[in-house]
Design a protein around this ligand. Sequence first.
Ligand code: ATP
Ligand code: MG
Length: 299
Amino acid sequence: MQDKKLLKMARRLSDPFRVENGRKFRLKDADPGDTLWLKKADKERAKEGLRAGVEALAELQDRLYAQDQWAVLLIFQAMDAAGKDGAIKHVMSGVNPQGCQVFSFKAPSAEELDHDFLWRCLKNLPERGRIGIFNRSYYEETLVVRVHPEFLARQQLPPRLVTKRIWEERFEDIRNVERHLFRSGVLIRKFFLHASKKEQKKRFLERLDDPEKNWKFSAADVAERAHWDEYMEAYEDMVRHTATPEAPWFVVPADNKWFTRMVVAAAVVEALASLKLHYPVVSDAKRKELDAARRRLEG
Ligand code: ATP
Ligand code: MG
């Protein structure tokens, strides 16, 4: 009963932000400050809701691990200071570390540049029974690399392969790979934490003002901010071309951290629940083995 209620709430919170057919998607329709029916005053209740979600997630993960059939891949993309790290930290806080792996993808190394653009990510896919998190991903190849042509130049691609269709080709390759993964038992959920330019400025200033947050500040982030509009176009195009039923995007409002975290937790709970996970059924032979073991222990 409790579970059903929680699942219903998880859907109510995540469905409005789910995009699985990108064709009609417009970023300007997505409000970074949206909090659905919740007000700032509901923040404490929302935090309680998050706790309930995190608990449910821990139980679902235990079943995922025991059943050992599906893997779950969660991809996070966002502009700087949109709250990826915090969302990952809070949403995954209850799960068993043995069943969860986080990978962060930064500017590629020389070795990584010597391979195709999917290589470094595909090498780190979660195993069956586990949750894998990509903090940034191959989607950077259609974002930062698109905004900065010099990064594409560094990839040493044969010139005749670099045409004006390259982004569309990358989207197509990504769609195909994600469909392949789904067909192999990897459930994918993608999160674009969508913060406003104004909120980013506020968070950068906090990083400058608060000594405990100074370490998070990087002057390069301010330089990237100058390309805001180009990034937004690239993000919109990314969602339009890669949101599919098997690998939907969640365009999550990110101006209110408490709300962002709740929506992400809700979407992950919903995703795991959709797998109808159950503990492995004990076979008759296994049952006999267990009974025999009990007799030996007791005898
Ligand atoms: P984050 O910015 O994700 O919170 P961080 O500040 O610890 O993490 P950075 O050193 O800023 O790490 O690394 C992330 C940077 O790497 C981002 O600016 C991102 O655009 C860049 N990056 C990621 N993938 C690629 C890529 N394929 N090509 C070029 N740059 C990339
Ligand atoms: Mg950074």
